[in-house]
Design a protein around this ligand. Structure first.
Ligand code: ZN
Length: 534
């Protein structure tokens, strides 16, 4: 036999959770042809995997890379983690559907932290065609954002959807599903998704139920409202008859940390009564989002321009401070809980000298109260500031990672490529999520066996998405593969020095093409825009 690629001498951890076994992996074209020990025969290319693990390429269950593919189709910071498929269109954000007259509103809403969006499409199908033509290195499973549906159907309005609005959203959701969306996502802390009532979300979920769509939920609140928010997400799935994925499971704010146990039990009780609910998590105790998420949802009504008007108005600023400032020293929001200003770091900002500093430090430097610093910064930088915030417990991170209903999603925002100095102090999950689970949590802390770690980032995720031919190393599956050294694989990216690629992942194969080759990027861009199984 002549294979196009033969990966010889490794230990296959096949993604099912089964124990690793010695086997060669032969690839013909874009699919795996055989997985057996001692495969002979000719191959155009042979990779020696002695001492290495050969696993399915990792599936990032939750990513915001869709805002960055057009500027960085190589997706190097992601694929060098071993990721071969990304789930995007998360937290209510997607670049389509789009009404042309709302282009600038959408640009301010979905862009703003380094993403340059050209937004030259209207329908979700046109957008996916543009993405397909651009060919990212990784496969993409796209969801449509509830925020995008809402803006297109009813504008950026702070009100519940009326019957006509709902019909408009259902039609746009149907079109997106026809084009290849896997379902829809909410970001119920982000305007305008936050303006929806539960009934609106149940109606939308019902509209896609017969197509097998999934509902991905960034829930209503991850701090004091955590348990009520879990209840709401599960109710939407249960009443509509669709699967629910709770995104980046966490409890934010120290007072809320103990609630994580009750939240995790809700997965079990809901699953026991037949609700299809699962979740994803990133292996860090800091989160990252746009700094303007520190403002209450009502202040975002109408979009970024309106928010900037409000931030320029003294009375409105007073109202924001009265609502959010706790005991003069912490800032309370539905997503962060009550967070200290010293726990909120500037990740990306046009003023590079602020990157890496926290709001308390900037306040001391400028002699202004931190709340004023926060609002002034948003105003001056027109809300184009990204933040990293430490609101979670490391013990909880381990608990959530270990839970059997949870898989791995980076929640990473930007993509980077190349070497040397790059702008910003992005969250290290941008470069390190998957190797961190393998190195820190499986090998060092022994939180779970390597096979379980791999399963959570491959076979489990593929099954969740209904991807029948991916997520497993077996004959006839697509040849999405990650070859890593189980003794050395680790994340190198830190909060202080984030721009570092992971170590110990020398080869990554997407659809049979070697994209990471001996730890170097090749020119191959074999990614596909995936569509749900019929
Ligand atoms: Zn989110």
């Amino acid at each position: 036999m002549a294979w196009s690629l033969l990966i010889r001498g490794g230990t296959v951890v096949d993604g099912s959770g089964a124990p690793g076994r010695a086997a060669d992996v032969a690839v013909e074209g874009e699919r795996i042809a055989a997985v057996e020990p001692g495969l002979g025969g000719q191959a155009d290319r042979v990779i020696d995997a002695a001492g290495k693990v050969v696993a399915p390429g990792f599936i990032d269950m939750h990513s915001h890379s869709d805002l960055f593919y057009f500027g960085c189709p190589s997706a190097e910071s992601k694929i060098r983690q071993g990721v071969t498929t990304e789930v995007v269109g998360m937290c209510s954000f997607s670049q389509a559907p789009l009404r042309p007259e709302q282009r600038e509103v959408v640009r301010g809403w979905a862009g703003g932290i380094g993403a340059s969006l050209d937004l030259r499409w209207e329908t979700f199908a046109q957008y996916l065609d543009a993405l397909r033509a651009m060919r990212p290195s990784v496969n993409v499973a796209h969801f449509v954002g509830h925020g995008a549906l809402r803006i297109a159907a009813m504008g950026f309005e702070a009100r519940p959807a009326g019957p006509g609005d709902l019909r408009g959203m259902e039609r746009l959701l149907g079109e997106a599903m026809d084009a290849g969306a896997f379902g829809f996502s909410t970001g119920l802390v982000y305007a305008p998704s936050a303006y929806s009532e539960t009934t609106e979300l149940i109606a939308l979920a019902r509209a896609m139920a017969r197509r097998g769509g999934l509902y991905f939920s960034h829930i209503r609140g991850e701090s004091s409202m955590l348990l009520d928010s879990f209840t709401e997400a599960i109710r939407i799935g249960e009443e509509a008859g669709v699967g629910v994925q709770i995104s980046h499971v966490k409890a934010s704010g120290k007072d809320n940390w103990p609630k994580i146990d009750a939240a995790l039990r809700m997965f079990e009780t809901a699953r026991a009564r037949g609700v299809d609910v699962a979740g994803d998590v990133y292996p860090y105790n800091a989160g990252s989002t746009k700094l303007d998420n520190m403002m209450p949802a009502w202040a975002h009504a109408g979009g970024i321009d309106k928010l900037l008007e409000r931030l320029a108005d003294r009375a409105t600023r007073r109202r924001i401070v009265e609502e959010c400032l706790i005991e003069g020293e912490r800032w309370g929001t539905v997503s962060q809980g009550g967070i200290g200003f010293d726990q909120v770091f500037i990740a990306t900002c046009r003023r590079r000298e602020l990157e890496g500093l926290n709001l308390a430090q900037i306040a001391r430097q400028s002699g202004q109260p931190p709340a004023e610093v926060l609002m002034n910064l948003l105003l001056e930088e027109k809300c184009t500031v990204g933040m990293v915030s430490f609101s979670q417990s490391l013990d909880n991170v381990a608990k959530v990672l270990a839970h059997p209903a949870l898989m791995i999603g980076s929640d990473s925002i930007p993509l980077y490529e190349g070497d040397g100095d790059r702008p910003g102090k992005p969250h290290p999950r941008t470069y390190g999520t998957f190797p961190r689970v393998l190195g820190e949590y499986a090998r060092e802390r022994k939180l779970f066996p390597l096979e379980t770690a791999v399963h959570k980032m491959t076979g489990m995720a593929a099954a969740r998405l209904g991807l029948r031919d991916r997520g497993l190393v077996r004959s006839a599956a697509f040849a999405d593969l990650a070859v890593f050294d189980p003794a050395t694989v680790r994340d190198e990216s830190t909060y202080a020095e984030p721009h570092r690629y992971a170590a110990g992942i020398p080869y990554v194969v997407v659809n049979g093409a070697v994209v990471v080759d001996n730890s170097q990027m090749s020119a191959a861009r074999p990614g596909r825009i995936l569509t749900p199984a019929p």
